[in-house]
Design a protein. Structure first.
Length: 433
């Protein structure tokens, strides 16, 4: 429950404003927050003024790493009395300032413990601060696995479920939010609720992929699947993007359970796709290595069996992610059904050789989605299609940009203007409720 406000806070509200934060006010707020928080409280440093994208800068007044729900309720209460906002941050890997706070209280909710409990029905109850890496690792020890893991695994459970959450397994299992059956939400009025499709349905529906706008996701119950440790992997290389696109047409009518993973990459002068099949034992995986996937696919440039491929993928991405720190990272996702995906990819790929956009376009990472028959209430709006189809494609356009000159920020926004302006026909993917 909320704790009572103090007179000191009221004085601060009277003299404080979002724009003119003096050090004294920060210190005062710091003391007020700290007075009743068992976790850690910090005066902000650069660490919390930016995110992975590095494009947006905002500075909170106070940062809290909560230890329990009372800490969070205390932050809500203080913020309400002072008239400032509370924002949430998981691993801070958003690119456009979604986790930043402009003069408010920032709650940072991620740590390296694996705080979860496998339930009798095979579902798992997990704290939102857990990283997917640690959850998957812990589950594997109990022969279970998360249906859709993010490709990069150091993201937080609360963070990706507030965004949607997708990865190479989305090709058969949709988004991470499609597998959540219950969540515990801490609300700004100091109450908490377990929410599901049957209980507080609207809170459930709007907090998943809701960017933390309703409240704090504290715990989540999500499905698990049997752990299939061995991945039979096929990689394909294409000389032309059109060849790559043609090689995917069979997937439009395809409804099988396998391949269980797909991703593709256009960039660095190459176009590659990858299909995977998860197996519980090595012999079975190797036994199927020469099986055909589709007549539309030519000979793979590589095939083989990997153990714990999810972690291999994570490690390979970690290198890429940490490679160049002195850049703005402008990553934008666009979702389409196949025919528009095809047009979009050809359009953007052609821009690789043109002007400012071309010089900074790094790569286009592609995932395919097939959502379950009964997904969560969150329906993803796919460009040009209503209602959204169960199957669609996601193009993640990634652009690094040297930190100087700053004026380039206008050009860096090109994909968004491409998305919504008069210059092109392709709006960005958004969530539809
Ligand atoms: C290197 C990298 C790899 C990525 N890989 C993937 C991927 O494989 N799959 C994928 O789906 N996305 C991916 N993303 C995209 C996206 O940025 C992340 O899904 C998202 O940022 C989640 O991770 P996070 O813990 O960093 O969340 P943050 O970026 O910290 O937060 C994301 C949003 O959730 C809110 N939030 C955080 N915690 C809570 C909470 N407990 N309660 C309520 N709201 C909360 C925040 O306010 C914010 O709006 C990636 C991004 C980067 C930079």
């Amino acid at each position: 429950m909320p704790r009572p406000a103090t007179n000191l806070l009221r004085i601060m509200t009277k003299y404080g404003s979002q724009e003119t934060v003096t050090e004294i006010q920060r210190e005062t707020l710091y003391r007020l927050v700290q007075s009743d928080v068992q976790g850690e409280v910090f005066l902000p440093g650069d660490l919390w003024s930016s995110d992975f994208g590095g494009v947006v800068q905002r500075t909170p007044r106070v940062v809290v790493r909560p230890q329990n729900e009372q800490d969070i309720f205390h932050c809500f209460s203080v913020a309400k009395d002072v008239g400032i906002t509370v924002s949430f941050r998981g691993a801070g890997h958003s690119c456009h300032g979604q986790t930043l706070s402009d003069g408010g209280i920032l709650i940072e909710n991620v740590d390296d413990s694996a705080d979860f409990k496998l339930l009798d029905d095979g579902q798992v109850e997990v704290s939102s601060k857990t990283r997917w890496h640690n959850l998957e690792k812990g589950l594997n020890e109990q022969r279970r696995s998360i249906p859709v893991t993010t490709d990069y695994l150091h993201l937080s459970v609360g963070g990706t479920l507030s965004v949607g959450g997708y990865g190479i397994h989305s090709v058969t299992r949709g988004a991470q939010v499609d597998h959540v059956t219950k969540l515990r939400l801490l609300l700004p009025d100091g109450t908490s609720r377990w929410c599901s499709v049957n209980e507080h349905r609207d809170l459930f529906r709007f907090s998943l992929a809701g960017l933390g706008q309703l409240g704090f996701i504290d715990k989540v119950v999500t499905e698990t699947v049997p752990h299939r440790r061995f991945t039979r992997l096929y990689k394909y290389s294409y000389r032309k993007i059109v060849e790559f696109l043609d090689s995917l047409t069979w997937m439009q009518g395809w409804s099988g359970a396998w391949p269980s993973h797909f991703c593709a990459l256009v960039g660095y002068g190459q176009t590659l796709s990858e299909f995977g099949f998860e197996h519980s034992n090595q012999k079975e995986a190797e036994g199927h290595l020469n099986a055909d996937i589709s007549n539309d696919l030519l000979n793979p440039s590589f095939k083989g069996v990997f153990q714990d491929y999810r972690f291999t993928l994570h490690r390979s991405l970690t290198g890429y992610i940490n490679s160049d720190k002195d850049v703005y990272r402008v990553w934008a996702d666009y979702a389409f059904e196949y025919s528009n995906f095809r047009r979009f990819l050809l359009f953007v790929a052609a821009l690789r050789f043109k002007g400012v956009f071309g010089s900074f376009l790094d790569r286009i990472y592609i995932l395919a989605f097939r959502r379950p028959e009964t997904p969560t209430a969150v329906s993803l709006l796919v460009f040009g299609t209503r209602p959204a189809p169960r199957q669609f494609w996601l193009a993640d356009v990634q652009k690094p940009q040297r930190r100087f000159p700053l004026k380039f920020a206008a050009h860096v926004r090109l994909p968004s203007s491409l998305a919504s302006g008069s210059t092109t026909r392709f709006p960005a993917a958004t969530s539809e409720r």
